[in-house]
Every structure is written in structure tokens, then in C-alpha cells.
Design a protein around this ligand. Structure first.
Ligand code: ADP
Length: 418
């Protein structure tokens, strides 16, 4: 699936970039051909003008006489050695051929004023027919032609370079497309792998309690007579497991609903001193902290931040519950609020069992538990820290932990004051 998408991306990239390249090369090629032709036209025009300037026109005894003896090529019937004129012709004002150098033309002029490209035998020629005027009267037409060999050679060379360069560039483009396609697919591939892992973990989490419920219900159904205590215990087990599954579903929904940015409508100004007091007083915390000492340390001045109070409370409850669940009786838990330059720190510290260094990098992963059995019996879903982290990050903050086995753990929420 990913390779097909990558191939498609590379194909479309090559197609679009290739079309732009070919279009661009075509425009440049056309422009260069036009430039070369204009260059040879300018040269041809200069030669013709020079020849026309040497035409001698006189009135003798009421009659016009035209002397071409001083005109290069036509006058001497041979061009100078550095000239590349193929032919030169002189036509009278009424278009009749009077004098020529080069191959014999037809007697009458065909075109009276223009540049033309003509194919003669094996080569292409550029021809200019220039009307020659005297006192605003056309006294004749000078027709000169030069070969297009140089222009043709240059154009051919350009075509050769283009036909070699285009496939090579197309190859480079498709390779780049393939590499870019791979880079673009990487985050999608990672997200897909994560989703797959999450689905398999979630299914696994559901399977164990479902199996417990099923076996208890089946055994209960098999015994036809109410055996009192054991049947009651079985039903209690079913209820307990259903509660755990309910919590699991609630946590999963929570993670899905509150992913990403905070909903702007839920953001309000929060007095953190009050929020922490309320949180520590909740029945959830009080019930898990029965044999423990809870300390609340707040600054004198109230600290105000912008955020979602319900979500922040949920994150702190999760951290406090964990601290209580992993601290042995008579231990202590501290909940602190500390202003720190432009940031504020909320610390949850316990004197509990601590977390081994090898587990620390994974404890924020969904469904990760250090001691599977211990946390399951406490009703943990393995999602508490992932939820807390998601909430803190949605507030633009950071959740960190330091811990030492048998000494305790310190979870810290770092939030910005602005
Ligand atoms: P759970 O809901 O199972 O507690 P969490 O995501 O909240 O899942 O925590 C993940 C794991 O991290 C727990 O199973 C526990 O092993 C460990 N843990 C979390 N908080 C503490 C703590 N304060 N002291 C020791 N271990 C902890």
C-alpha cells in the first residue's frame, strides 16, 4: 500500500515537473532559433545595404542610367574571399532581371520585399529582396542570399543537447520524486504503524477482562442451583471487570476526543491555587489516599493561567492517583505549585516504590505498565499517564518525571504563564 502510494507520488511529481521542464526547454529552444535567425538576418541586411549604397544612379540626356560596376559581387561578378554570398541579383524597377551573380534565376522577380528561407539543392538559404529607391522612386530590386549552414549547425547542436539533457533530467526528477515520496510517506507509515500497535494493544486489553466475564458468567449459568456465596462472588467479579472495561472505554474515548489543540471555547482564566485545593479534596483522591499523608504547598499569591480547568484537574488527579497507588501505607505525597520565572511548575512527589530507570522512557506510552499484575489489581488501565501528558501538551506544557526505586517519584507539569 505504501509503496504504491510512493510510486504514484513519484509518478505525478515526474509528470508535472517533466511537463514544466519540456515546456521550458521548448520555449528556450524556440527563442534561441529565433535569435539565431535574427542575427543572420541582420548580417544579410547589412550586406545588402552596403551593396545598394554602391549602386550609381544618373540622369543622362533625359534618361536614367544605373551603374552596378562598383557594387561588390555584382560589379566584379565574384564575391570577396570573406563573403559568404551564394547569389546576388539585380532586377529593374518593373521586376525584370538585369544582372546576377550565382545560379541563373527566373527572369522576373517573385517577391519584392521580404526575408525568405529557401531550400536550394542540399542547403538552406536565407534570401533578402531589398527595394532600392532614388528620390522616392523604386529604381530596382537587389536580391542577396547567404547560406543558413551556421545557424542550422547551431540549432542542430542545441537540439542534440536538449534531447540528451531532457531524458537525463527526467531521470533525475523521477529519482528525486521517489526519494521525496519516501520522505512524505514516512510520517504516514509511522502513524499507521502506531495505529496498528494501538489497535492490537487495545484489543489485548479488552480480551482479558472479557474472558474473565465470560468464564464467570458461563460457570454461573452451568450451576443450576443457587449456591449462595460462590455465585455472588462470581457476579461481583463480573461487575468489577465490567467497571474496568467501562473505565478503559472512557479513557480511550478521552484520548481520542482531546487529541491535539484545546477547544478555544473551553479556555478560561484559571486560579491554579484554587484548582489544586479542589483537586486534592476530591473523593477520588481522598479514597485512594486513606493511609497516606497529603501535603499541599501553594504560593501566597494566586497564580492565574489560561486553560481548560476540567482537563488540568483530570491530569493532576491521574498523577495524584498514581502517586497514592504506588506508595505504601504511612507514606507521604506532596502537591506543590511553584512560580518559576515566566513559567509555573506543578509537582506531584511521593515516597513510593519508584520506577526502574529502564521503564522510565516508556511509562507515558499507552497501556505501558511497570508491574502488569500490581497495576491491574489497582484498576489501572495503563492510560493515565498518556492522558495526563496529552492534556499538558495541549496546554503548551511539558510533563516530566524523575524517580528512584524504593525512594519515590516526582512528576512535574511545566506550564507557561502567558
Ligand atoms: P495506570 O492507569 O495503569 O496507572 P498509568 O499510565 O497511569 O497507568 O501509569 C503507567 C505505569 O507507570 C503504571 O502502571 C506504574 O507502573 C507506573 N507509575 C506511574 N506513576 C507511578 C508512581 N508515582 N510511582 C511508581 N510507578 C508509577
Amino acid at each position: 500500500m505504501f509503496n504504491r502510494s510512493r510510486r504514484n507520488l513519484a509518478r505525478w511529481f515526474t509528470l508535472s515537473m517533466g511537463s514544466i521542464l519540456i515546456l521550458f526547454a521548448g520555449v528556450i529552444y524556440y527563442q534561441r532559433v529565433v535569435d539565431r535567425l535574427e542575427e543572420s538576418d541582420r548580417l544579410l541586411y547589412r550586406k545588402a545595404r552596403f551593396m545598394a549604397a554602391n549602386i550609381d544612379y544618373k540622369w543622362q540626356q533625359g534618361k536614367a542610367s544605373i551603374d552596378l560596376s562598383n557594387v561588390p559581387v555584382l560589379g566584379s561578378f565574384s564575391p570577396p574571399s570573406d563573403s559568404n554570398i551564394v547569389y546576388a541579383r539585380w532586377y529593374s524597377g518593373d521586376g525584370k532581371l538585369r544582372q546576377f551573380y550565382g545560379p541563373q534565376p527566373s527572369d522576373d522577380i517573385q517577391v519584392r520585399s521580404a526575408f525568405e528561407t529557401i531550400q536550394s539543392d542540399s542547403e538552406w538559404l536565407r534570401q533578402l529582396t531589398l527595394p532600392v529607391d532614388h528620390n522616392e522612386r523604386t529604381i530596382g530590386y537587389l536580391q542577396v542570399a547567404i547560406p543558413l549552414t551556421e545557424t542550422q549547425d547551431a540549432v542542430r547542436a542545441m537540439l542534440l543537447v536538449t534531447t540528451i539533457a531532457i531524458p537525463l533530467t527526467l531521470g533525475a526528477i523521477s529519482l528525486t520524486g521517489w526519494i521525496l515520496g519516501g520522505l512524505a510517506m514516512q510520517p504516514i507509515r509511522n502513524a499507521y504503524i502506531q495505529l496498528q500497535r494501538f489497535t492490537s494493544d487495545a484489543s489485548h486489553e479488552f480480551r482479558a477482562p472479557l474472558a474473565t466475564m465470560l468464564s464467570n458468567a458461563q460457570v454461573g449459568l452451568l450451576s443450576p442451583i443457587d449456591q449462595g456465596e460462590p455465585k455472588h462472588l462470581r457476579l461481583e467479579k463480573v461487575v468489577e471487570t465490567a467497571k474496568l472495561m467501562n473505565q478503559l472505554v472512557t479513557d480511550l474515548l478521552f484520548l481520542a476526543r482531546h487529541a491535539g489543540q484545546l477547544d478555544a471555547n473551553t479556555i478560561q482564566t484559571i486560579n491554579l491555587n484554587d484548582l489544586l485545593k479542589e483537586t486534592i479534596a476530591t473523593t477520588t483522591i481522598q479514597s485512594v489516599a486513606q493511609s497516606l499523608t497529603l501535603h499541599l504547598e501553594l504560593p501566597e499569591d494566586p497564580i492565574m493561567i489560561q486553560g481548560n480547568p476540567d482537563l488540568l484537574k483530570q491530569a493532576i488527579i491521574n498523577l495524584l492517583t498514581n502517586a497514592c497507588n504506588h506508595t505504601l501505607a504511612e507514606g507521604s505525597i506532596w502537591l506543590r505549585l511553584i512560580p518559576h520565572y515566566h513559567r509555573i511548575l506543578i509537582q506531584i512527589e511521593d515516597t513510593g516504590i519508584g520506577i526502574p530507570a529502564t521503564d522510565l522512557p516508556h511509562i507515558f506510552d499507552r497501556f505501558y505498565r511497570v508491574d502488569q499484575e500490581r497495576t491491574r489489581t489497582k484498576g489501572g488501565t495503563g492510560l493515565g499517564l498518556a492522558i495526563a501528558q496529552q492534556i499538558v501538551e495541549a496546554h503548551g506544557g511539558r510533563l516530566t518525571v524523575v524517580s528512584q526505586v524504593n525512594q519515590g517519584s516526582l512528576f512535574q507539569i511545566e506550564l507557561s504563564l502567558c
